[in-house]
Write a protein that binds this ligand. Sequence first.
Ligand code: ATP
Ligand SMILES: O=c1ccn([C@@H]2O[C@H](COP(=O)(O)O)[C@@H](O)[C@H]2O)c(=O)[nH]1
Length: 245
Amino acid sequence: MGVTEKKAKDRKYKRILLKLSGEELMGDGDFGIDPKVLDKMALEIGQLVGIGVQVGLVIGGGNLFRGKALSEAGLDRVAGDHMGMLATVMNALAMRDALERANISSRVMSAIPMSGIVDHYDRRQAVRCLANNEVLIFAAGTGNPFFTTDSAASLRGIEIEADIVLKATKVDGVYTADPMKDPAAVMYDRLSYDEVLDKKLGVMDLTSICLVRDHGMPVRVFRMSKAGALLNIVVGDNEGTLIEE
Ligand SMILES: Nc1ncnc2c1ncn2[C@@H]1O[C@H](COP(=O)(O)OP(=O)(O)OP(=O)(O)O)[C@@H](O)[C@H]1O
Ligand SMILES: O=c1ccn([C@@H]2O[C@H](COP(=O)(O)O)[C@@H](O)[C@H]2O)c(=O)[nH]1
């Protein structure tokens, strides 16, 4: 049996919602998109599709604009959040382009209508696309200001009845404190939703954790740049931190 056949046989999840950090798309830069990073991500997503996993994607916008940072710089908060959501559409277009270059069938659905550029989000249509093995990129977050793409990932994951939300980030998992700021922080293997909320662990915003808790949706946080981590997770390996009941 070949490696791909073995992985397909061992597949633990049939449908996932993968949340990618916008900041990851910058690569070594300070702003924008590095196409090499997108190509690498597209290949990893292609491996999942190859073993029969249905993939919904939410991409953040932190490599371009965040409403909170724009409002701190003097813009109106709602205008800044609209800019942040449009940034996620740009990232989605770049990812669709990378997936197409890798011959992976994909589609973008935006929470904000953008006729002629991307499809408008429609849940029933989304489920049909996923069942048809198209990678579906959910853009423009929830479509509402004062939310984040973590909340969009929880929301879309619940709506499409994903088996799990996978949060791909720059750190290995959820720690006792932000590991970028506290070198003594220790990583958890597993946490309950209430522990994340009670300890105010900052890896995902608390609204998104409340949503997954209320709907019993498990979340795994892991480092995207770790080679093979994504594939390992979908065959049931313990990468990063699992958040569940
Ligand atoms: N307790 C914690 N455990 C792990 N990471 C934490 C914790 N507290 C804060 N963080 C930080 O949360 C960050 C999550 O970053 P990530 O870029 O994935 O999120 P994001 O804001 O949703 O993404 P983006 O806006 O770039 O799309 C990590 O890089 C880490 O520094
Ligand atoms: O539902 C949403 C999702 C996002 N936003 C705005 O977009 C930026 C970028 O998203 P990140 O999750 O920070 O990567 C976010 O900061 C918000 O300004 C939104 O308003 N609503």
